[in-house]
Design a binder for this molecule. Structure first.
Ligand SMILES: [Zn+2]
Length: 256
């Protein structure tokens, strides 16, 4: 299994990140993608990846930190992408649910980083909350179909999902799949299962039976089980299919 979105660089793991990675490996996780939020969190992700070969990194400025998007940030991202463990630009996007950062600053950081990803030839990791129309519009305008990427913690409806897939994008789902029926059920009926990725979005979104606690990549197994149940496919097939999608997109090894 591959946890395609996990914030091991968050302070929540400051004291035990190595144990958390070891538990993930013991649970059958053979790849973890850690996205940056701002420059410090990108640095921290790179430190962790340097110690753990199963960890890969995305570098970018999150919409909540969009005011820190600057020439310096762009320069750092250009430097980091030369490292073999850096496989994507992210996480980037728009968050109109929380107004922690002025929307115009978010729009500027998003558009600039989409252009940068295209120039650098890397896939993107997209954060989208209450901004489906503008997020998808940005992806279409940036013409990223050949590089693609993922709409992480996908929260759009079936029509948004179809549009995203038409633009060459993958969708990933978190522990919310274990919470029962929801919008995701309708989305899963409308998209080819080959575009699906697993993620935990740790430390958030812990799946049942860990709901409400700190999440960690070992728990991606519960997300896989819930997905298998919703797709009505054998769990082994879901492991294989999602690993193949993550390998294609981010260069992880396929299921060992
Ligand atoms: Zn995230």
């Amino acid at each position: 299994m591959i946890d395609s979105h996990c914030h091991l660089n968050a302070d929540d793991y400051r004291d035990d990140v190595d144990d958390v990675v070891a538990r993930a490996e013991a649970a059958g996780v053979h790849g973890i993608l850690v996205p940056g939020i701002g420059l410090d969190s990108c640095e921290r992700a790179l430190e962790i990846a340097a110690r753990h070969p199963i960890v890969k990194v995305a570098v970018g400025i999150h919409p909540h930190e969009a005011l820190s998007w600057s020439d310096l940030a762009e320069r750092k991202i250009r430097e980091w992408v030369a490292l073999p463990e850096v496989v994507a630009v992210g996480e980037i996007g728009l968050d109109f649910y929380r107004d922690w950062c002025p929307f115009d600053a978010q729009r500027r950081a998003y558009a600039d980083q989409l252009r940068l990803a295209k120039e650098l030839g890397l896939p993107v990791i997209i954060h989208d909350r209450n901004a489906h129309e503008e997020v998808l519009g940005g992806l279409a305008a940036a013409d990223l179909a050949e590089l693609g990427g993922v709409l992480h913690c996908f929260s759009g409806g079936p029509a948004d999902a179809e549009r995203a897939v038409g633009l060459g994008f993958h969708l990933s789902f978190t522990g919310t799949l274990t919470f029962g029926k929801g919008k995701a059920d309708r989305v899963l009926k409308r998209v080819p299962p080959t575009v699906l990725l697993l993620e935990t979005d740790s430390p958030y979104m812990a799946p049942v039976p860990h709901r409400g606690k700190r999440n960690e990549p070992a728990f991606v197994a519960h997300v896989a089980e819930a997905l298998a149940e919703k797709l009505d496919r054998p769990i082994a097939e879901v492991h294989e299919m999602t690993s193949r999608a993550a390998s294609r997109l981010f260069g992880f090894d396929e299921e060992p």
